[in-house]
Write a protein that binds this ligand. Structure first.
Ligand code: ADP
Ligand code: MG
Length: 253
C-alpha cells in the first residue's frame, strides 16, 4: 500500500477542561476521498483544523505527506488546500478579483479563468460572491482551495443546505478533483452522500473513532452482525422521486 498522506496518531484536543478529541488515530491514503463522519460536536472540524495547522493540538502526532504539523507547519500549508472563511470574500470584489487577491496571499501565479472553468463558473467571472446561488458559492469556495495546486484538500460540510441538484453537481466536482490526483478529506452529515462519494470513511463520536472502512464493508459488517431493517426496503426513495421529476439540471441563474 502507498504511504499515508495523512497520519494521525493518538490526537487529543482539550478546550479548557473539556476534551473534544480523545486519542484519535487514522490514516488517509493518496488519491482517496476520505469522509470524516459523526454527529454534531464529534470533533470533526477540530480534527480537520488541527491537520490544517489552523488550530493547536493538545497531544499526539500528525504528519501530512511526511511533514510533522508541529515541526514544519509551513511545509504542510504549502501542499494543502483549505476552504477560506467566506468572511474573507470582500463584497466589492468579483470572482476574478477575489482569486487574484488570494493568489497574492499564497504568492502564486494563477490563471483565474482556468480555475473558474474547473469549477464551472466561467460565466460568473464578473459576479460578486454574494450574487451567487448556494451551489455556486460552494463551487467558488472549493475553487479557492485549488489556488496553490495542493495535493490534498479539506472540505468541511461543503454540501450542507444545498438542493439535491446542487449536491449532485458538487459530487461530480469533488470526484473530478480526486480524479485529477488530489486527495480529498470531507465531512458531511448526509450518509447517502458519504456512501456514494467516499472511498473510505471514519466515524467519530464524542472525539473517539468508532469505525473506519469503506462504506461497503461497514454495511456488510452490520448486516453480517444480524442487523435487519425494520421496514421493507423500496426500490427508490423520495429523493429519487424528486430528481426524477425535476431533473439533474442545476437551478441557478
Ligand atoms: P464537529 O465539527 O464534529 O461538529 P467540533 O470540532 O466543531 O465538532 O466541536 C467539538 C466539540 O468541541 C464541541 O463540543 C464544541 O462545542 C467544542 N468546541 C469547538 N471549538 C471550541 C472552542 N473554540 N472552544 C471551546 N469548545 C469548542
Ligand atoms: Mg464541524
Amino acid at each position: 500500500m502507498l504511504d499515508p498522506i495523512i497520519k494521525v496518531e493518538n490526537l487529543t484536543k482539550k478546550y479548557g477542561d473539556f476534551e473534544a478529541v480523545k486519542g484519535l488515530s487514522f490514516e488517509v491514503y493518496p488519491g482517496e476521498i476520505f469522509g470524516l463522519l459523526g454527529p454534531n460536536g464529534a470533533g470533526k472540524s477540530t480534527t480537520l483544523e488541527i491537520i490544517e495547522t489552523l488550530r493547536e493540538k493538545t497531544s499526539g502526532t500528525v504528519t501530512v505527506n511526511g511533514f510533522d504539523i508541529e515541526k514544519d507547519p509551513a511545509a504542510v500549508k504549502k501542499i494543502i488546500g483549505v476552504q477560506l472563511q467566506t468572511a474573507g470574500f470582500y463584497p466589492g470584489l468579483n470572482l476574478i478579483e477575489l482569486l487574484d487577491l488570494f493568489a497574492g496571499l499564497y504568492n502564486e501565479e494563477i490563471d483565474p479563468m482556468a480555475i473558474l472553468d474547473s469549477v464551472n463558473l466561467r460565466d460568473k467571472a464578473k459576479a460578486k460572491f454574494k450574487e451567487l446561488s448556494g451551489g455556486q458559492k460552494q463551487r467558488f469556495s472549493i475553487a479557492t482551495t485549488l489556488i496553490n495546486k495542493p495535493i490534498l484538500i479539506f472540505l468541511d460540510e461543503p454540501t450542507t443546505g444545498l438542493d439535491p441538484q446542487a449536491r449532485r453537481n458538487l459530487w461530480d466536482l469533488i470526484r473530478s478533483i480526486r480524479d485529477s490526483g488530489t486527495t480529498v478529506v470531507i465531512t458531511t452529515h448526509y450518509m447517502d452522500e458519504a456512501e456514494i462519494l467516499c472511498d473510505r470513511v471514519a466515524i467519530v463520536d464524542s472525539g473517539k473513532l468508532i469505525a473506519i472502512n469503506t462504506p461497503d464493508q461497514l454495511i456488510d459488517d452490520l448486516v453480517a452482525g444480524g442487523f435487519e431493517k425494520p421496514k421493507e426496503v423500496k426500490q427508490a426513495n423520495l429523493e429519487d422521486v424528486f430528481i426524477h421529476l425535476t431533473g439533474h439540471a442545476l437551478r441557478e441563474a
